[in-house]
Design a protein. Sequence first.
Length: 337
Amino acid sequence: MNVMLPTEGSEALKEALESVDRILIVTHVSPDGDAVGSVLGLRGILEAAGKRAEVVMADDIASKYQFLIDRPVLHVGDPLLSSLTEEDLFQIVIFVDASERERVGSVLDHLHMLLVEGAPEVNIDHHISNNRFGDIVIVDPERASSSELVMRVAQELGVELTSGIADQLFAAILTDTGRFQYINTDEHCLRAAAALVEAGADPSRIAQRIYLERPVLFYQLLGHLLSTIELYHDGRTCVMTMPRELVANFFPDGSMDSEGIVDFTVQMENIEVGIFIRQTGEGVYRASLRSRGTVDVQRIVEAFSGGGHESAAGCEVLGSQEEVKERIVTEVGKWLP
Ligand code: 5GP
Ligand code: MN
């Protein structure tokens, strides 16, 4: 497309959308509640504005978020995507909740097959580590969730939210604020949440579906995980580790959902930083870090090429479990006051 576009804000997006009919929406790997709620909500908003919109993801949506799905999302390799004709190709792609293009995983390698040549890229995100990629950038690290930026787009397009879209966007705020408990919880996200309830979102139902229906095996496994807790730095750093063999004992089918376990590492007295380390491959570990406010964990994971927010960040680290733990704990020690 050879048009001059203003590059910032939802107004720029509105202008760009005027000349397109088919919109592709993508988000980060292992989509969390904000990713899922925001892309589904955005798809509904764009459809209400008369566009064709599709979501393509690298990974499946965790079962606890599946109640939010009003229409299936697509995955790389879906027959529907491999049979796209020239007239079906998407004319613009919107990245949501992804701090870098690479965060969308395998979707990135397939974009060229899904998009018309020169299709603009839109970057809607709230990560402080966002590298401002794309032709239109709607990045606001002050917002607690990407869904609040999606709400701005709806406003700009004059789309009224249905109760279904309101549920999706509410779930996004609820999960990215840790049920309105993380330090990113502010008057803006609470106002946005109130507006969504006004539009028909059901906070209690959403919270129940996401938080109160985990399989009993999860809690039995959690018992073992809690006993792996170790404290460092005079009890200010907490580490929990999840060995792969343990997970395989409880969830041999690989359906283990570890989101939220890290929260237990910052729920005791004196803790400043919580670390949850889980094995994802041979010599490959993924770490989730959480801060109670004095330490910026996003700065800590920079040492491991990770990303995230001041109070919640993640990274991948290679080595043995002991090496990985030691490297991260040592890095945390450099930042503790
Ligand atoms: P979690 O610890 O729950 O996986 O992630 C916490 C936050 O950090 C989320 O906002 C997530 O998107 C971000 N994050 C986690 N891992 C990575 C990573 O490897 N790279 C980047 N850029 N962000 C990450
Ligand atoms: Mn988010």
